[in-house]
Design a protein around this ligand. Structure first.
Ligand code: SAM
Length: 250
């Protein structure tokens, strides 16, 4: 339940057509503080990684799901600055061990449900980063109160590229403040040549406190240096829409 149906989802992962330029600028700005060699962890098809490669960074994009990596290579494999690798963030062994900057985007770290798994992941990134190199993580700040959203339908914001399938979703989100667990239940619809296929994509995200994060960062070999509350890198404050943490490898 916690992992979702990423293999099945890969072919239509970038279905929504929403503008990700703010997110790309965020990671570009942070990466350029440290250098040009960048590791994008839990990258899915590498859409953001490919945009960074277009900005002349040398990017390695890693994901555990074979289908995501294959789809990323199909879409963005032409980019000379972008390399895809299949791998588990908790046990990476890449040839390059001196990246300038590594990042985990879109609250993906919450797929790792235990402090132990998160520590392994961050320690694994640390062993692939030069001393003084940077780390960026986009997290989901744990809300104080539980909530449950109703089922909603999500349609793509732009028509699909000719020849590509059309996808849309129905989904709902529940959050239990006592366990800090977010449960996301989705049905994905994919239309190819007039035929609609449907499959479930359900997963849970384990949120955690700032103290938990800072302890994990310290044990993994990092010192936190800043917290931001938006992709424009404004300082984080209570109620900020984003929670982005920057840390430096000791
Ligand atoms: C929400 S998606 C990532 C979205 C991505 N950040 C983007 O911008 O499109 C989460 C991804 O994490 C990957 N993943 C989950 N556990 C992983 C692990 N232990 N190591 C590497 N990737 C993992 C999944 O295969 C999936 O592609």
């Amino acid at each position: 339940m916690s992992m979702g149906n990423y293999a099945k989802h890969a072919a239509v992962w970038d279905w929504s057509g929403h503008d990700r330029s703010g997110e790309v600028n965020c990671w570009l700005t942070l990466a350029q503080k440290y250098g040009t060699r960048v590791l994008s962890a839990m990258c899915a098809t590498g859409k953001v990684a490919s945009a960074l490669a277009e900005e002349c960074l040398t990017v390695t994009a890693v994901d555990i799901t074979t289908e995501m990596i294959n789809e990323g290579r199909r879409k963005y494999g032409h980019s000379p600055n972008l390399t895809f690798r299949e791998g588990d963030i908790c046990a990476l062994d890449l040839a390059t061990k001196d990246y300038d900057f590594t990042f985990i985007a879109t609250t993906d770290i919450h797929h790792l449900h235990t402090s132990e798994a998160r520590e392994k992941a961050l320690a694994s990134l640390a062993t692939h980063t030069r001393p003084g190199g940077g780390l960026g993580i986009e997290l989901w700040y744990p809300p104080d109160k539980s909530f449950a959203s109703p089922w909603r339908e999500f349609q793509p914001l732009v028509p699909p590229t000719p020849g590509e399938p059309k996808a849309w979703k129905k989904g709902r989100t529940e959050y239990d403040a006592s366990t800090k667990l977010v449960t996301i239940t989705q049905e994905v619809f994919v239309e190819r040549d007039g035929v609609v296929e449907q499959f479930p994509h359900a997963f849970s995200l384990q949120l955690f406190s700032r103290e938990d994060l800072y302890g994990t960062l310290a044990r993994a070999g990092y010192i936190e240096v800043a917290e931001y509350g938006s992709y424009d890198l404004e300082p984080w404050e209570q109620g900020s829409s984003k929670w982005i943490v920057e840390a430096v490898r000791r």
